[in-house]
Design a binder for this molecule. Sequence first.
Ligand code: SF4
Length: 278
Amino acid sequence: MPEIREITAERILSPTQLAPADYTINPYRGCQFGCLYCYAQWNKAARKSERRWGQYVDVKINAAELLAKELQGVDGGTVMIGSTTETYQPLEAKYNLTRAVLEKLADSAMSVILLTRSDLVVRDIDILKRIQNVLICYTLNTTDNTVIRAFEPRSPLVEQRLAALRKLHENGIPVYLHVGPCLPELTDPLKLMSAVDGIVHRVDFENLNLKMVSWTALLSVLHRHFPHLIDMYERIYRDKETFVSYWDELRQRIDAVRGQFQFDTNIRFHPFDSYFAP
Ligand code: SF4
């Protein structure tokens, strides 16, 4: 069980360089889902914490009141919710902080980008509809629940996430699907594209970035669940030529079929040299 602490935040609307956002809001610090490849575990606050990522959540119980005050000095702009936490982790069902934050934003001139991989987001469709400019960036990187459970011990499974995407679509809420990280052999882009056709506006692909996951932790998951892939991962992430040809080939497979689907696609494969050597 993660350690849960209620805290009083000093600030909630933080200026950011994360384009296209001007501000970020994170109603929680830490995350119950504990995904292996979570980029938030490497941010300054998380690295300073002695607690293990996925094993703690600080609940900013004054988030909405603070936001109401801070919005008074702001004319507009774009706010990204959930840049370093899961806005709809299970605790949100109890604390309703994301909901309260959205309520304040619905009464403001702010545009909202909300990042999530949780199906709990559908609970707040009523408020999302009231926000003038809203976009949900929803993460799903596989159609295989075995893969989800290997890398994301407590996140919602495929069926729950697809059902949430459908419900958002039925209610006219625009959604970008973030297929990230694409895991060699474990992410099947074509299956994912077929699964979300007609219910998302765009699909973004991002390859597994070794800056976001410790090589040792990755190897340990592969050992436990997919030992037959260890050699392949070693080759891809240790040899530039193999790396380039693997991701080029995947890009070509996506390019070959993207015209068959109703959504736009965006492929963001980081180059080999942007990785830490394993
Ligand atoms: S749900 Fe998001 S914030 Fe939470 S552990 Fe996973 S990637 Fe990190």
